[in-house]
Design a protein around this ligand. Sequence first.
Ligand code: R5P
Length: 297
Amino acid sequence: MAEATGNQESKDYGIGIPAVNTVYKLKGSNNYDWGMKDRLSRVFSPKSGKTVMLAFDHGYIMGPTSGLERIDITILPLLEYADCLMCTRGVLRACVPPTYNKAISLRCSAGSTVLTELNDECVGVEIEDAIRLNASMMAVMVAIGSKFEALTVRNLCKMIETGNRYGIPTLGVTAVGKELTRDARYLGLATRVLAENGAQVIKTYYCEENFEQVTAGCPVPIVIAGGKKLPELDALKMAYMAVDQGALGVDMGRNIFQAEHPVAMIQAVKAVVHEGVNPEKAFKLYNELKAEKKTKK
Ligand code: R5P
């Protein structure tokens, strides 16, 4: 306990210097409370304002898909390069040591798998468990334009309500589905609906035409999913274009963990997202890191 006597007299009040009042720069986020901003700052680097989220939650709909058969072998070596880990609570508890100290975007909606009808989901993780797991964000899928639209919007709103109560942001995830078109008109509508309902961050897909309209029309940060595996240079081009057109990062899975050299790929993606390195240069970096890895073996 501080002593009551014998202390230095206070003298440096900086009289005349206005109190510092910092603006929180992340898009659309200045009016949130401290805890929510602190969590968002764990996801989005305060230095670059961007994020590389590593997505490996695919098992919740696909089972042990290629690259995710053994999380301990293939995913753990990637974690040090990611800003945020997008995963389920099952894999987090079973396979991810708590010593990495990375932001967690916890998959909180759950439901049907690829074997039945995708997107019939409920809120599968309650806020208490998200708090126990020290989640920085809670991810909920929303299927705008499908027959599960109202159901999944309700899931999103429920998560946002509880997230706001405890200062945990909600990541609204625009759905995948055969019947859902991935053009700027659809993505613009879906991302805006999720933001209007209060999602603090939106994950969606990149589209080649008018993607800048999608990001401009969405008042909160957008991160893009990678989608199906592409040749490495094409995936880097997609990440570059998306960020150049207003996305604040990636939430990428298969294009990292299914790459020929995932550790090299995540570092190349990081260079694109955080340093604005162009895709050709990033691909060169990928090949150099890949070659280094081979000689070390
Ligand atoms: C899908 O199950 C998840 O929402 C993934 O997190 C998302 O699709 C991103 O992964 P990918 O880059 O492989 O599309």
